[in-house]
Design a binder for this molecule. Structure first.
Ligand SMILES: Cc1cc2nc3c(=O)[nH]c(=O)nc-3n(C[C@H](O)[C@H](O)[C@H](O)COP(=O)(O)OP(=O)(O)OC[C@H]3O[C@@H](n4cnc5c(N)ncnc54)[C@H](O)[C@@H]3O)c2cc1C
Length: 474
């Protein structure tokens, strides 16, 4: 069997890795010059940095086993410190009651408590929106302070237009009561997914995992084609037969696994019906601008990353790479930060801002937070990520459904990945999709890939990665 995999991000490269390991002939096509997709690690100012903060975390034993198999001993456990910056104050995330109380002040704290109590007595009716979902769990006041501004910056739409799937996926069942209880008496191994305070991190950066996978694919006889974008996949009578590269070459395969943007894949499939193509065009992605700043100091602020909720600042998050593992910066005496900005590249002028304008904005904003004190910003670097977030706006599921239904009827084609399957995936979800897509070919065990990262609470065997390897969770 000859298999082609499109895209060498976590989803595609995992699929190629598992196929190659099992002796299946695999060709992996990657549009850019490097593997790892959005989870790659790049070199900047003689240091290593990720594309924004990349904390790997999974409860799924299959994903953790695979990650460890590839990482070997090349990882360290990192203590997570993340805070929220809101109107000049720093709130620990997860919230610590005493810190939250001091920062909110007595009046706002009481009003938060009362609005939470109101939800316990008479909960807001769920109507499928993010706003109602969060309000019903935390109360209106806490929603306004800790969820509204950040979410609206990230998605560029009101929280009333945002589907509650985003919350169900990212905030899970966390309640204020659980958060406060966890902070006071601990949760004894039963920590909520968003509250995990240690994570495994590769010594050479997140992308090391995918660089290693690429090496092993080649060692096992597979082929990794960098700088080789795929234009389209061709089907005959609803069976995938070949792909065409952007250089015009057409190549036949027995099976194709795609992690290229779902919307482009479908739009370019000649047999796809018009209503399906129309539905593809109605799905939207949010785009990201990363501004890396080189700061002339080694000791700025202690967080791995910080969420910026303040409405007067345009940035949404800032990451400090000095606080991950020392092997990222070695002997260098400067700190690299990355500030995240979000926009819609098709309609916001912001996407077209020059590098100079963006660096000036980021420098001004980071100074305004006080996070780097008097330290100088000596240089900046811009990294643009189109189609970074699939937008879960109200009605997206109905718009996605025709694509999903159509692709289920196409044989010898599997679609996986974050923009590949229009799922707001973290690395672990994309790795799982790649793993299961490959296993379907190796073992004939066909999994419903569309369900991954949708069945929010179903885990098979659960485990976590620790310093000494895997620890099973009962
Ligand atoms: C700022 C930021 C912070 C994040 N933080 C975290 C985090 O803390 N933890 C976490 O687990 N995850 C995090 N993520 C998410 C993580 O990066 C993604 O879940 C993961 O990279 C998705 O993998 P993927 O393979 O599905 O897609 P991608 O990583 O997008 O990979 C897709 C690949 O396909 C290639 N491609 C596209 N079109 C074509 C084509 N036509 N032909 C050939 N190749 C093509 C692309 O070049 C790319 O390499 C973060 C992402 C961002 C942007």
């Amino acid at each position: 069997m000859k298999v082609a995999v499109i895209g060498a991000g976590p989803a595609g490269i995992t699929a190629a890795y598992v196929l190659a390991k099992n002796g299946i002939s695999v060709d992996l096509y990657e549009a850019s010059g490097r593997v790892g997709g959005m989870a790659k690690t790049i070199e900047l100012w003689d240091q290593k940095v990720d594309i924004g903060p990349h904390r790997f975390f999974s409860n799924d034993n299959r994903v953790n086993e695979l990650w460890l198999e590839v990482a070997g001993d090349d990882y360290e456990m990192v203590d997570r410190l993340t805070r929220i910056y809101y109107k000049g104050k720093f709130f620990y995330y997860p919230l610590k009651p005493f810190n939250a109380l001091i920062n909110l002040g007595p009046i706002r704290a009481i009003s938060c408590g009362l609005s939470y109590l109101k939800e316990m007595i008479s909960p807001t009716k769920l109507n499928g929106t993010f706003e109602n979902w969060v309000t019903s769990r935390f109360g209106k006041q806490l929603f306004n302070i800790f969820f509204k501004t950040y979410s609206e910056k990230l998605w560029g739409i009101s929280c009333q237009e945002l589907d509650s799937d985003f919350a169900a996926q990212r905030i899970k069942k966390l309640s204020l009561f659980e958060a406060v209880k966890g902070a006071i008496i601990g949760n004894r191994g039963n920590k909520h997914k968003t509250l995990v305070d240690q994570f495994a991190y590769p010594t050479e950066g997140t992308g090391q995992i995918y660089d290693k996978m690429a090496k092993r694919i080649v060692e096992a006889g597979g082929r990794v084609h960098l700088n080789t974008p795929v234009q389209s996949v061709a089907t005959e009578n609803q069976v995938a037969k070949s792909l065409t590269l952007e250089n015009g070459e057409t190549l036949a395969f027995d099976h194709i696994i795609s992690s290229m943007p779902l919307t482009l894949l479908v739009d370019r499939m000649t047999e796809a019906p018009e209503p399906v193509k129309k539905a593809a065009k109605s799905l939207t992605f949010r785009d990201t601008l990363l501004v890396y700043l080189n700061v002339d100091a080694t000791d700025t602020f202690p967080d791995n990353w910080l969420y910026v909720h303040s409405p007067d600042l345009r940035m949404g998050r800032v990451t400090n790479f000095r606080n991950w593992v020392p092997t990222l910066y070695g002997k260098e005496k400067n700190t690299i930060l990355v500030l995240e900005y979000w926009c819609y590249r098709n309609k916001d002028e912001f996407w077209k801002w020059s590098d100079k304008q963006l660096i000036e904005l980021a420098t001004k904003e980071i100074k305004a937070t006080g996070l780097i004190g008097d330290a100088n910003v000596t240089d900046g670097h811009i990294y643009r990520i189109p189609r970074c977030y699939p937008v879960y706006n109200i009605g997206y599921k109905e718009r996605l459904e025709p694509l999903e239904n159509y692709l289920r009827t196409v044989k010898k084609l599997s679609v996986i990945g974050r923009y590949g399957a229009f799922k707001y995936n973290n690395q672990d979800h994309s790795i799982l999709m790649g793993l299961l897509a490959a296993e379907a070919l190796v073992k004939g065990e066909v999994a419903d890939l569309w369900k991954i990262n949708t069945d929010y609470d179903t885990y098979q065997e659960a485990s976590v990665i620790t310093k000494t390897g895997l620890q099973k969770i009962e």
